[in-house]
Design a protein around this ligand. Structure first.
Ligand code: GTP
Ligand code: MN
Ligand code: MN
Length: 600
């Protein structure tokens, strides 16, 4: 054992944690071990070190106080789904939706990478809590990392430090478990990069990437992949969903959870600003979460949801005073920007931002805005992100800190679909709603490595994040079906395009018009036409005052294309069949019922 690496008195009374930290130190050989307490002083020291070694660049203190730019390795800018594994004893438990490796092999491969990898570095031990510290719905973990950038981001994204450690110790001494996440940036070599999950051991090992989704292990790795597995055995749901509160002029608040694939508008919808007329009438939208939602049935049968995160890791490009003024207000100070461009006076810059001229691109190269657009590429990476505390968001709801969570009135699924899929429809019951979620398709975006704009099935926006076999996951969803008080399920598509290739729906703030219709449906007082795919509003069922929609837009946003849907449902049937006999019969029966109604 390396005597320098392991302090004589690790600051925990939990033997399991002490032992694990020792084992990791013995394997990775750090020069020092730092147990994070989450204090301001600790953060300031880490930031100062990172500024000194160039990991962080100080932004203009006048315009962006306490804010920083981080430039990642240019090959390390997004999640890497092809290098992400779920390691269960039986391959079938991971399912065709995941890359699988046997746990022994996974550990061996990762431990070989971790062997001695922290030499010359400090190893940070980060106790964190996903969800309010005092919530029974919250779950804890500890991430070990050699990246101070990860520590600074985890401090924003989770409840990190002394309070989390106290909860972990309390639960651990009572026989409870915490998630163990081991991370090293390694050499940032894409050929030596893997993100592996061992759900049966509540363990994560991530090597070779510093990017948020790969390295902030509390987020996608824990709060979705491991938590979805945990949730199944414990009777709850861990979902890739935003949560927002909508208060109507009568003062009633409804909470809505919505699953859209990465870069399809969750952060935007979560921070929606009502259109002018709605504001005048007294509508208010508040933000609970923008990416992840944990839900559990309450005693009254309703689903109660918490946002397990404490911050936003949002897409910067496209964020403007028009598209998302709340996000823009949130990131005026105390923010870490990753892979954005930089102006000559040290302000962050990205495509779509109102004003400013980039002098440097996200790689730090000088940027010539006057060069032809085709030759210069974007100044910010398309998946550039901001990390910021949710508390800085003007629309952040105090209910986000409520230990019991918020009751969900409606669940919304949606994706990017240029054709076929109308603006909104409502599932006829829970089973149909689960099929609507399971059948979700979306065109790919820059949030993951790979081609952009290709339609793929992304059930419940969980394709990259479900920690077990989708067939079992759908069965778990179906198992909630007997509970009275469950939310209604809807599907939306903000991305329908016209023949000219332009979006037909104005989107953003105007999406509240669609939400108003959903809430009215929940209360039973809004019209719709019944079709085989669900209840579709007529244009006149929505408040479209002040929205200018042409004939093509009305026809496509509110229309039902039977032949197109017949083809779609045949494709959905093929998708379900990929899972063989493990796919719940109830879901296949639902698909067959609708296909028959469509004349297929
Ligand atoms: P992750 O954080 O990666 O999970 O993604 P997200 O779902 O939070 O994505 P985000 O809100 O950052 O989506 C950003 C993209 O969606 C940008 O290109 C926005 O312009 C676009 N977008 C968001 N809302 C709308 C909308 O209502 N209409 C249209 N047309 N585009 C939208
Ligand atoms: Mn996401
Ligand atoms: Mn987001």
């Amino acid at each position: 054992m390396n005597a320098i690496a392991v302090p004589q008195h690790p600051p925990t009374r939990l033997d399991e944690l002490k032992q694990w930290v020792e084992d990791v130190a013995r394997l990775t050989r750090p020069d020092a071990i730092h147990w994070c307490d989450g204090s301001d002083a600790e953060n300031a020291a880490l930031i100062a070190n990172m500024q000194a070694d160039g990991t962080l660049i100080k932004l203009n203190e006048k315009t962006h106080p306490d804010s920083w730019l981080h430039r990642s390795h240019p090959d390390d800018v997004a999640r890497v789904e092809h290098l992400t594994f779920v390691c269960t004893r039986h391959a079938d438990d991971a399912g065709p939706n995941n890359h699988w490796m046997a746990p022994d092999e996974g550990h061996a491969q990762m431990d070989a990478l971790f062997d001695g990898c922290m030499r010359g570095r400090t190893m940070y031990v980060i106790p964190y809590c996903m969800g309010p510290i005092d919530s029974p719905l919250s779950r804890c973990g500890v991430e070990i990392t050699d990246s101070p950038y990860v520590v600074a981001n985890m401090r924003i994204m989770t409840r990190m430090g002394a309070a989390a450690l106290a909860r972990i110790e309390r639960e651990g001494l009572a026989g409870g478990a915490f998630v163990k996440g081991l991370h090293s940036i390694g050499e940032l070599d894409p050929n030596r990069r893997f993100i592996m999950h061992f759900p049966e051991e509540l363990t994560i090992k991530s090597y070779g990437s510093g990017y948020g989704g790969n390295a902030l292990l509390g987020k996608k790795c824990h709060a979705l992949r491991i938590a979805s597995y945990q949730a199944r055995s414990e009777g709850w749901l861990a979902e890739h969903m935003l949560i927002l509160g909508v208060e109507n002029p009568q003062g009633e608040t409804h909470y809505i959870a919505a699953a859209f694939p990465s870069a399809c508008g969750k952060t935007n919808l979560a921070m929606l600003i009502p259109p002018e007329g709605y504001r005048r009438d007294g509508w208010k939208v508040t933000t609970i979460g923008d990416d992840i939602c944990w839900m559990r049935p309450g005693a009254d049968g309703r689903l109660y949801a918490i946002n397990p995160e404490a911050g936003f890791f949002g897409v910067a490009p496209g964020t403007s005073s028009k598209s998302n003024p709340n996000a823009l207000a949130t990131i005026q100070n105390n923010t870490i920007f990753t892979n954005v461009g930089l102006t000559a006076d040290g302000q962050p810059w990205w495509e779509g931002l109102d004003g400013g001229v980039p002098a440097y691109d996200w790689r730090g190269h000088e940027y010539d805005s006057s060069a032809p657009a085709s030759s210069r590429g974007p100044a910010a990476h398309p998946n550039a992100r901001f990390t910021v505390s949710a508390k800085q968001c003007p629309s952040y709801s105090p209910m986000a800190e409520h230990p019991q969570g918020v009751p969900i009135s409606a669940i919304v699924f949606g994706g990017r679909r240029a054709s076929l899929v109308p603006l909104v429809f409502e599932a006829r019951d829970w089973t149909h709603g689960v099929l609507v979620g399971a059948a979700m398709g979306s065109e790919t975006t820059a949030a993951a490595t790979g081609a952009v704009g290709v339609m793929r099935r992304d059930p419940m926006a969980m394709k990259p994040f479900c920690g077990y076999n989708f067939a079992d996951y759908f069965a778990h969803w179906l198992s909630f079906g007997d509970v009275a008080g469950l939310p209604k399920i809807f599907h939306v598509n903000w991305f329908r395009k016209g023949d000219d290739g332009k979006f037909l729906w104005p989107g953003f703030g105007d999406n509240l018009r669609v939400i108003e219709w959903m809430i009215a449906r929940v209360k039973g007082d809004a019209g719709a036409q019944d079709t085989p795919i669900g209840a579709l509003p007529h244009a006149h069922d929505l408040n479209l005052d002040g929205v200018d929609l042409g004939d093509e837009a009305r026809a496509k946003l509110f229309g039902f294309d039977e032949a197109g849907w017949r083809e779609e449902f045949a494709g959905i049937g093929e998708f379900l069949d990929e899972y063989g006999p493990r796919m719940p019969a109830a879901l296949k029966a639902e698909q067959a019922r609708i296909l028959a109604e469509l004349g297929g």
